[in-house]
Write a protein that binds this ligand. Sequence first.
Ligand SMILES: C[S@@+](CC[C@H](N)C(=O)[O-])C[C@H]1O[C@@H](n2cnc3c(N)ncnc32)[C@H](O)[C@@H]1O
Length: 286
Amino acid sequence: MKQEYRLISSTPKPFVKWAGGKRQLLPVIANHIPQRFERYFEPFLGGGAVFFNLVLQEKDTKWMLSDLNSDLILSYVTIRDRVDELISTLEAHAVNYFKNPSSYYYKIRESNPKGQIEKVSRLVFLNKTCFNGLYRVNSKGKFNVPLGKYVNPNIVNKENLLSVSKTLQSKDISIKCQDFEAALKNTSSGDFVYLDPPYQPVSDTANFTSYTNGNFGYDDQKRLFAKFKSLDRKGVKILLSNSKSEKIIDLFHEFADGIVEINANRFINSVSQRRTGHTELLIKNY
Ligand SMILES: C[S@@+](CC[C@H](N)C(=O)[O-])C[C@H]1O[C@@H](n2cnc3c(N)ncnc32)[C@H](O)[C@@H]1O
């Protein structure tokens, strides 16, 4: 088993598909990453697409990763510390799933395991087999997504899990479950912060927060803006993703020179015809 670690050659990628994941926007975001920075902060980590894209390119950087979702952070920590046990339980899930996908999926969806490995294994399993592959909970915190339509879902991506595990074992990476304000307390001049919060709805009727597990309302966007300003005053470089909504444009008007409109595809709607391009914002202070 040990030898496998030495054979890992693939680059680590997100191990779950996450609402608002940035994988498709990486080429655009990469153009806006500063050339040099001391430490990297990503306090709305989600699937970590931006972090995984940077981590092997930037040497001598410290990586401060966090998210408020405790199940998600438990998954990162488990992959880092106990990846072999996780892979074994995922392999067992895969065997049972392929015997009878529907009944096994709903059985696991209804289960509520208490052990660390079983909890994380359930999260990854549901993420790989559910409709649209997204983690989403209802107002009671219950995962409520129906079975997906995959013929052959890749439930155990062993190579990637091992690669993620090896990467996260670096002493230069810190992973914490916390609110963004706490995560950004100890930043200083020379650091770089990438902010990818749940987006402000583009209209009062669009309810984006329903699939992001968390009620990140307009008050939180204002709290984020206040933090953006205080980091700016400290000399921290900040890049923020958000929707092209009037409220965000108003809130950040003093950083208007740093607002870039980008084209994005949002793969959230269950009706594929509605997966059309739309514009969103990158806001930076450099
Ligand atoms: C848009 S997603 C980030 C997606 C990520 N960039 C990716 O590529 O997958 C927003 C994340 O913010 C987290 N979140 C919500 N409220 C938060 C808060 N107050 N502090 C920190 N994280 C929060 C959610 O759990 C979610 O993972």
